[in-house]
Ligand binder design. Structure first.
Ligand code: PAF
Length: 442
């Protein structure tokens, strides 16, 4: 059977530390398929990261030759930790009688839920790096083996499928965040939510030509891949899929997803074909990545309603996660298109959220008439000469279908407002009508 040269990191800071480590090494050597070749000297270290006050660790590295698979080796390590008295699943950064980490497994790269090899902290932890150097591995070789790009940049559809398959087969919960790039704090909040909820997250950056009309800003849409990659890296995104239009829609691509009543009015009426383009690219991304969860911003409420319908009707097996709108200090909803605003329009654009909040306050003050609530908001926008209203409507929350005139018990105000003369900038926003102040901004 094929023998693989591997390295395990050992640590203990509870009980008789040296005895715990020596016993583990002895037991490793007694395990079928494992031969212990060499052990580094043991050295002390203190806890890295936040945790309860605790004694220093004793650490070392053991070099083994094994016919066991990496997954089987991990199971051996977990069994030895349990035998040493470690309560599993282990609490992060708590004292432990034994900690065993698979650092290197031949030159294989593994990226599953339970195991990432080479160990991601290998170069950063002196108590791991020094023993490896002591055992004769060169720093250059370690740097080469550990040079894993995060986020890794994928440009081919096959790469996205393969990366997600690797994660899915490795038991990871995968989150997808579709974007058109020009990333800002609003996108970062989607990444942060996905990071909290998933094992691996992939962001897509693709300015989708199918969702732009012939007179729209496709060519001028802001693009900054290096800047976007920096934002993704800071937010802990694992992979970025940034295909060219030819890659996404090459090879005679001609199928589209038809969308229904959620897409008929407001943006759908003003931008014919827009939601069909959105639904087509989103369906394509879902099919390629097969994520467990997909994250979208509530700022584009109608888009979310269309995608919710798409997921339901076409039976995509994923959870749609709708995330709250992130706002500038003056209330303007963050959008990639805000960069188009000149200084005067940018100042004036705060009027959108002011209008929505005015209507919300009217509702909280007891106003229940649909048209009176809408009028309260429209009056605020009308008072700003730089703003031109495309629509402002009070729709039912969720599917955003029209509400009949008369008394309402809530709903969502949805608006699109234009700014600029030479270059028109259309900004979207929405706000729920709720009694209390909680979630009133989302
Ligand atoms: O909201 C967007 O950025 C785009 O419409 C989306 C969902 C990424 C599809 O191109």
């Amino acid at each position: 059977m094929h023998k693989v040269l591997s390295y395990l990191g050992l640590g203990s800071n509870e009980g008789d530390r040296e005895r715990n480590l020596r016993t583990a090494i002895e037991r490793l050597g007694q395990t079928p398929g494992i031969r212990v070749l060499r052990t580094s000297a043991l050295r002390e270290s203190t806890l890295v990261g936040e945790g309860p006050k605790q004694d220093p660790f004793l650490n070392g590295v053991v070099e083994i030759e094994t016919t066991q698979s990496a997954a089987a080796l991990l199971a051996v390590c977990k069994a030895l930790e349990a035998a040493a008295g470690r309560a599993l699943p282990a609490k992060k950064n708590h004292p432990r009688p034994l900690d065993l980490d698979l650092l290197l497994y031949g030159d294989l790269r593994i990226d599953t839920r339970d195991l990432v090899v080479p160990h991601p902290e290998l170069l950063a932890r002196v108590f791991v790096l020094e023993p490896l150097l002591e055992l004769g591995l060169s720093e250059e070789l370690l740097r080469e083996r550990c040079a894993i790009e995060r986020p890794c940049l994928l440009t081919a559809q096959s790469e996205l499928s393969a990366k997600c398959s690797e994660w899915l087969e490795g038991g990871c919960l995968v989150g997808l965040v579709p974007t058109m790039g020009a990333l800002h704090q609003g996108h970062a909040s989607l990444f942060e939510r996905a990071r909290r909820e998933c094992d691996r997250i992939v962001a897509t950056i693709f300015v989708n030509p199918l969702q732009f009309g012939p007179k729209e800003d496709l060519a001028a849409y802001p693009r900054d891949l290096p800047g976007d990659l920096r934002i993704c890296a800071a937010a802990g995104v694992d992979a970025v899929f940034a295909p060219s239009p030819g890659e996404m829609y090459g090879d005679g691509f001609c199928s589209t997803v038809a969308v229904g009543r959620e897409a008929e009015t407001m943006e759908g009426a003003l931008r014919p074909g827009h939601f069909q383009g959105v639904a087509t690219v989103v369906a394509r991304l879902f099919a390629l990545a097969r994520p467990h969860r997909a994250y979208f911003g509530q700022k584009d409420a109608q888009q979310v309603a269309v995608i919710r319908r798409l997921v339901k009707d076409l039976g995509f097996p994923l959870r749609l996660v709708e995330c709250p709108t992130v706002r500038e200090p003056d209330g303007l909803a963050m959008s990639s298109r805000n960069v188009y605003l000149d200084a005067a329009d940018r100042r004036a654009a705060g009027v959108i959220s002011l209008a929505l909040r005015t209507a919300q306050e009217a509702f909280r003050g007891g106003e229940r008439d649909r048209d009176a609530i809408v009028r309260a908001a429209v009056a605020v926008i009308a008072a700003e000469p730089r703003a031109q209203l495309d629509y402002l409507e009070l729709r039912s929350d969720g599917d955003l279908l029209p509400q009949p005139a008369g008394a309402v018990s809530g709903g969502r105000l949805v608006t699109a407002v234009r700014f600029g003369a030479a270059r028109v900038v259309r900004l979207l926003d929405n706000m729920p009508l709720v009694e209390n102040s909680e979630s009133s901004q989302s």
